[in-house]
Design a protein around this ligand. Structure first.
Ligand SMILES: Nc1ncnc2c1ncn2[C@@H]1O[C@H](COP(=O)(O)OP(=O)(O)OP(=O)(O)O)[C@@H](O)[C@H]1O
Ligand SMILES: [Mg+2]
Length: 224
């Protein structure tokens, strides 16, 4: 059974058809790169997977459970516990420090304060931002915020990671660091990864690559 799947997803914003019948199945330990031009529907697809947007038609299942069968509260809980989501524009909470932002998914796990601090310290260190633990998002660079957003998505070792352009604001050294953390974890710990990227070299690290074209998954071109 796939860890994450969708079938027949349609979604429009007014007269704009953002998704026009997307089917996708992602297994445990599988990494899937989603590429496609700007406005083709990549972020919308990720938001549907995360249960943050309700499709007009079609369904999303997480671990076999239909998202549409859950209340808003249960859907949020499932997202917090089972998913790590890196949004295209970071979206850290400005009133929390970097350390508090990264630790958010651990607050509901029942871990002790010291265990949370230890785990958060490890991931901040992994991404080279441990010295910014007490800073607020408004006081750090875009790339540092982006690394914190990736750290937050991985801190609780979720079975599903959805990452929307997680290297868009990073220099090549940090982009490589973030990508190897994402892809290594998928291989090593069986996390399902859906990665939206414009960079072919990162898409090629994934097990599969899909192109979205005007809200549909483009069929692979046949070789002549
Ligand atoms: N909140 C919104 N309201 C209205 N239209 C929207 C909204 N969000 C996205 N769209 C439209 O839906 C389509 C798909 O947008 P989406 O953000 O999914 O594209 P994308 O592939 O992620 O693009 P990019 O590579 O630029 O991030 C676009 O035509 C976009 O203008
Ligand atoms: Mg996008």
């Amino acid at each position: 059974m796939p860890v994450l799947s969708c079938e027949g997803l349609h979604l429009s914003y007014g007269s704009t058809l953002a998704l026009r019948g997307v089917d996708l199945r992602v297994g445990a330990g599988e990494s899937v790169a989603v590429v496609g031009s700007s406005g083709s529907g990549k972020s919308t697809l990720l938001h549907c997977f995360a249960g943050l947007r309700v499709p007009d038609r079609g369904e999303v299942r997480v671990g076999g459970v239909l998202l549409s069968s859950l209340s808003d509260r249960r859907r949020s809980r499932l997202r917090l516990e089972r998913m790590g989501v890196v949004f295209q524009f970071g979206e850290l909470l400005p009133e929390l420090t970097m350390e508090e932002n990264v630790g958010l998914p651990l607050w509901v796990t029942g871990l002790s304060r010291s265990a949370v601090a230890e785990r958060v310290g490890e991931v901040l260190d992994d991404f080279g931002i441990v010295h910014l633990a007490d800073s607020y998002p408004g006081e750090v660079s875009g790339g540092e915020k982006q690394r914190a957003a990736v750290a937050r998505a991985l801190v609780h070792d979720p079975p599903i990671v959805l990452a929307d352009e997680p290297t868009g604001s990073l220099d090549s050294v940090n982009a490589d660091r973030v990508m190897s953390a994402l892809v290594d974890r998928s291989c090593r710990y069986g996390q399902a990864l859906v990665l939206v990227t414009h960079e072919m070299r990162f898409a090629e690290l994934c097990d599969r690559r899909l192109t979205i074209l005007d809200g549909e998954i483009a069929l692979p071109r046949l070789r002549p």
